[in-house]
Each structure stands twice: as structure tokens, then as C-alpha cells.
Design a protein around this ligand. Structure first.
Ligand SMILES: NC(=O)c1ccc[n+]([C@@H]2O[C@H](COP(=O)([O-])OP(=O)(O)OC[C@H]3O[C@@H](n4cnc5c(N)ncnc54)[C@H](OP(=O)(O)O)[C@@H]3O)[C@@H](O)[C@H]2O)c1
Length: 332
């Protein structure tokens, strides 16, 4: 049996490329007592991994050059010297980008058999679903008939936010980066309107048409110019869960000064950043609710699946070019 790892080779200055990674052959580790041998099944690639490539202090430590990349992975136990884990069972959690690795199970979560597809633990039932759930319900607090505007609406977090918004009776408007995504958001997911922010039309005018009653909740996944424009449409007491700022993750220097403060003050906007870990004590409750919405067909598991271990870096890089609809996942 052969093993492979993907090593982080150098820190990017702006947009990451394949030069920041190398695929290496490795040996399959031998088990000690209490350990399990894991075979990688699905790998999550996520925008926040870009932040971990910078050598800066954050809510999660930076990657070390020369070490394997890591992300949330679904793995199968293929050998076990630990009585808590049986061969054939599946776990998910933060693991190395390796085809095989050993663990003692610390920090990993068991996946119940046959409850939901394995990959959903990287999407709707994983970090992105939980992020959508808590960001929208705890910070956005949408009410029936309010207008919920979602940026990055066709991505993993955004598509779940949009569907929960519909469940809560909102007018849901999405912003995404292609006509195809916009069509799918409207026709498959029932969004009331969707806008392609890359179509070279006047975004403000398009937003005015799509949100005739203004914006009550703006779920922000992207930041930058799109969010700057959205501020003109905000209603008094608008809530803005600031979930992500992918438009800025590859910028070596950030623009100077927030220019939206006058809106925040005059319209009494509440804008709050959050990290999904803040709600870790309520994950189970959220997973139960999301799983039940999945069963009822109200929240769908939407994925872009790329196949092959060597393609993990390309799948990750694709996030910055809008190559995914829903959760970007690599199947090994
Ligand atoms: N706070 C938290 O705890 C937490 C947890 C998870 C994720 N997040 C954040 O939430 C956001 C969404 O994450 P995700 O996992 O759901 O990723 P995702 O939306 O599935 O994938 C990234 C998407 O971002 C869009 N994008 C890329 N570059 C952009 C740019 N310059 N301007 C505007 N949009 C751009 C692309 O779609 P288009 O085709 O539409 O451009 C791409 O498909 C990210 O910012 C992420 O960092 C935060």
C-alpha cells in the first residue's frame, strides 16, 4: 500500500498557485497501541485555509512550511488497535492531506451509520452548514417577510443560508458570480431574485430592483466592493452577520478605513463578526435541525465533487475563481 501527502511548500504573497504545494510519496504508518489507521475518503477545501497560509496570529494557527496541509476530512477506519473505533466505521475532523494516517481519535467525531451521506459532514451537517445556521439565526435573526440578501449565495455557506431564509419566510435575494449560478439559485432553490455581480451591469441598480423594500438582513460572505454597494440598500436596524471576506483574502494590502460608518450609525445597523466555533455547545441541536430539514427536502446537499487526491490543491484554488456550486469537496 502506498501513501501520499500534500505538503505546504511556501507562503503565497497574493493568489495561491500550485507552486505552494507539492505531492509527496510517503510510507503507510504502522499502528501502536490505542491507534487507528485512517483512509481519507472526502476532503473539504475551504476559503479560510488561505488565511492559515499567512504567518499571522488568528483564531487558528498558521500552517508551517514543509508540513502537510490540513482541513476537515471524512475518513474510514481500516485498522484499529483502539477498542473505541471499529474497522469500517467513519470519522470526521481536522486531519492531514494524506491518503492514510494514524490517529488516536482525539479531536475526531464519529459519523452515525446511514443517517446522512458521508460528504454531508463536510457541508450541510459540517462547518459550512453550522456557520450558515448560527450566523443567520443567532446574528441575522430573520423575520417573516423581511428581505434577506446573501453574498456568495451559490457557495456552501450561502446556499444553506438562502434555504434557511426561505424556511423562515423571507424574501431571499442572492448575489453570485455567473449567470448559470443565478439561474440555479432562482429555479432550483426558489430564491426570489439573484444577481450576477460579474455581469458588468450597475450592481446598485440591480440590487434596488431585486430588493424593492430594502435589506433587513445582509449575510456577508465576500466583503469588498459587493458589500460596499449593499450598504446603500440597508434598512434601519438591518443586521449584518459578517461571515467571510473572500474578496480580500488574496490582497497583500487591505484598503484603508471603513467608509460605511455613516450608514451603520444613521440606520442603526448591527454588524457582527463571528466564528462558527463560538456556538460549539449548540452544534448537536443545529445538526439535528439541519438533518431534519434535509429529510424534508427543505435544505439540499449541494456539492461540487472533484475526484483524486492530487487534485486537492486545484479544488482549493478553484474557490477563488468561483468553480464551485455549493460545497467544494474532493473525493479520494
Ligand atoms: N465565520 C466563520 O466561522 C466561517 C466559517 C466558514 C466559512 N466562512 C467564510 O464564509 C465564506 C463562504 O465560505 P464557503 O466555504 O461557503 O465558500 P464557498 O462560497 O463555497 O466558495 C467560495 C466562493 O466565493 C466566491 N468568490 C471567490 N472570490 C470572490 C471575490 N473576489 N468576490 C466575491 N466572491 C468571490 C466564489 O463564488 P462566485 O462565483 O459567486 O464568485 C466561490 O465559489 C468565506 O468567506 C469563508 O471564509 C466563515
Amino acid at each position: 500500500m502506498k501513501n501520499k501527502s500534500i505538503i505546504f511548500t511556501k507562503r503565497p504573497k497574493d493568489f495561491p498557485t500550485n507552486e505552494n504545494f507539492s505531492v509527496q510519496d510517503d510510507i503507510v504508518p504502522v499502528l501502536n497501541d490505542n491507534q487507528i489507521l485512517l483512509k481519507t475518503v472526502y476532503v473539504s477545501v475551504d476559503p479560510y485555509l488561505r488565511g492559515r497560509m499567512n504567518n499571522v496570529k488568528s483564531y487558528i494557527p498558521p500552517f508551517e512550511v514543509g508540513e502537510p496541509m490540513k482541513s476537515t476530512i471524512v475518513a474510514e477506519v481500516i485498522e484499529s488497535k483502539n477498542k473505541n473505533y471499529s474497522v469500517g466505521s467513519h470519522l470526521y475532523g481536522m486531519l492531514d492531506w494524506k491518503t492514510f494516517q494514524v490517529s488516536d481519535g482525539t479531536g475526531l467525531f464519529p459519523i452515525p451509520k446511514d443517517l446522512a451521506p458521508l460528504s454531508s459532514y463536510l457541508g450541510v451537517l459540517g462547518v459550512t452548514g453550522l456557520t450558515a445556521y448560527f450566523g443567520l439565526l443567532e446574528i441575522g435573526k430573520p423575520k417573516e417577510n423581511e428581505t434577506l440578501l446573501v453574498s456568495g449565495a451559490a457557495g456552501a455557506v450561502g446556499i444553506t443560508v438562502s434555504q434557511i431564509g426561505k424556511i423562515k419566510g423571507c424574501r431571499v435575494v442572492g448575489i453570485a458570480g455567473s449567470d448559470e449560478k443565478v439561474d440555479r439559485l432562482k429555479n432550483k432553490f426558489g430564491l426570489d431574485a439573484a444577481i450576477n455581480y460579474k455581469n458588468n451591469k450597475n450592481l446598485l441598480n440591480e440590487l434596488k430592483t431585486a430588493c424593492p423594500n430594502g435589506v433587513d438582513v445582509y449575510f456577508d460572505n465576500v466583503g469588498g466592493e459587493v458589500s460596499d454597494t449593499v450598504f446603500y440598500l440597508t434598512n434601519n436596524f438591518c443586521r449584518i452577520p459578517v461571515c467571510g471576506a473572500i474578496s480580500q483574502y488574496n490582497q497583500p494590502t487591505l484598503p484603508v478605513g471603513p467608509r460605511n460608518n455613516p450608514f451603520i450609525i444613521s440606520r442603526r445597523i448591527k454588524m457582527q463578526g463571528f466564528i462558527v466555533f463560538d456556538y460549539s455547545d449548540k452544534y448537536l441541536e443545529a445538526q439535528m435541525q439541519l438533518a431534519s430539514w434535509m429529510k424534508e427536502g427543505k435544505v439540499t446537499l449541494e456539492e461540487t465533487i472533484i475526484e483524486g487526491f492530487e487534485n486537492i490543491p486545484d479544488a482549493f484554488l478553484g474557490l477563488f475563481n468561483g468553480k464551485n456550486f455549493g460545497k467544494m469537496i474532493v473525493k479520494i
